[in-house]
Design a protein around this ligand. Structure first.
Ligand code: NAP
Length: 328
């Protein structure tokens, strides 16, 4: 374990919120978690790409173990185990290089492997739950390592048991994925449809296309602090959707298991907030789902701005949009 005192964590959160912590712990091995005392002022930091830091943490814990192992390979599938401290996109790259199909649409999502199942990361019609077998986590209360199977993770749209019953109680130390060794492209989203019209495309072509599109649409957090999608898309019931459709015939929508999904970016834009700026914070002018820090914004300033956006959307549509990001 390595400890740094009074560490500046401004560059360790993609919003670029200026903050310090008293003690910063790097854990090199998962056993080091056993002797650590966790309290409610301890922040478990992944890639810092899905968090607004409002309160100064006493302690910050960062996992440094990051190995990737092919546990089993058959003619049909590969079982891959990845440790929680690794970069998510390094894992995607590894799987693409080995022709293991299933997570290529999840390319270039910032953050760590350990953070991925917590919010059931998703993009371009794929969610991690589709290929995840199990999650190994450290149970903070019982100080023991446990394995939870996919079916018990209560995965849903950008959520899981780790955001509910196990919130602040579990640290994901590894995940195990079951991936296909034969091609299984998922090109249903408009941004990827072009590829399906080609005679030939590889898993690497899909990854490259996802990376290319994301590079164009999303701001680089090193230049403009942000957390990617700040809000979840709205899911409304059919009655509410019909009401909205009467008033806004052009409203975009997608069928969803829990009702009808409406892109929150459209709600924000239609409420007149695309590119809207207040102080140091604003809605990105090229993508309304993204809140940006124009420089120097505090966690509270970002939080207050986001609440203003939520209230504006509620006033316009009667829909309560939910944050995708976490607050510490
Ligand atoms: P988009 O293509 O402009 O579409 C807007 C929204 O409509 C998306 O959020 C997506 O929902 C939904 N959608 C589009 N096509 C759909 C289809 N064929 N079936 C069902 N739903 C559909 O979205 P975008 O902002 O460029 O994002 C593209 C993908 O990357 C999305 O899946 C998005 O979630 C993901 N992404 C994630 C992050 C992040 O930080 N978590 C950041 C950027 C993009 P879903 O979000 O449910 O897919």
């Amino acid at each position: 374990m390595k400890i740094e005192k009074n560490k500046d964590i401004s560059l360790l959160n993609t919003f670029g919120i200026r903050q310090f912590c008293d003690n910063f712990y790097f854990f090199e091995k998962n056993e080091e978690l056993l002797d650590f005392h966790f309290d409610n002022k301890t922040l478990i930091l992944g890639g810092g790409s899905n968090i607004i830091i409002v309160t100064k943490p006493n302690n910050v814990v960062k996992l440094r173990f990051d190995s990737i192992e092919v546990v089993e390979k058959t003619d049909n599938y590969a079982i891959v185990k990845a440790q929680g401290g690794g970069e998510w996109d390094t894992l995607v790259k590894f799987c693409v290089e080995n022709n293991f199909w299933g997570i290529e649409n999840l390319s270039a999502i910032p953050g760590t492997v350990g953070a991925a199942p917590i919010q059931n990361i998703g993009a371009y019609g794929v969610e991690i739950k589709d290929v995840l077998q199990s999650v190994e986590f450290f149970d903070i209360e019982t100080k023991s390592f446990k394995i939870i199977e996919n079916k018990d993770c209560h995965f849903d749209y950008r959520t899981s048991i780790f955001k509910n019953k196990l919130k602040n109680k579990a640290i994901v130390v590894s995940i195990t994925l079951k991936l296909s060794v034969s091609p299984k492209p998922n090109l249903n989203y408009a941004d990827l449809k072009m590829l399906s019209q080609k005679d030939n495309f590889s898993i690497l072509d899909i990854r490259n296309e996802v990376v290319r599109v994301r590079d164009i649409k999303l701001p680089d957090f090193k230049k403009l602090g942000n957390c990617g999608s700040f809000y979840k898309n709205a899911i409304v019931d059919f009655k509410k959707f019909e009401e909205l459709k009467q008033k806004y015939p052009q409203i975009p929508s997608y069928q969803h298991t829990n009702g009808v999904k409406i892109p929150t970016a459209w709600l924000i834009e239609t409420a007149g907030l695309k590119g809207f700026k207040k102080g140091n914070v604003g809605i990105y002018d090229k993508h309304s789902l993204i809140v940006v820090n124009y420089g120097g914004a505090s966690g509270n300033e970002i939080l207050n701005f986001s609440e203003f956006v939520e209230n504006s959307v509620f006033y316009e549509f009667g829909i309560k949009i939910e944050k995708e990001v976490n607050i510490f």
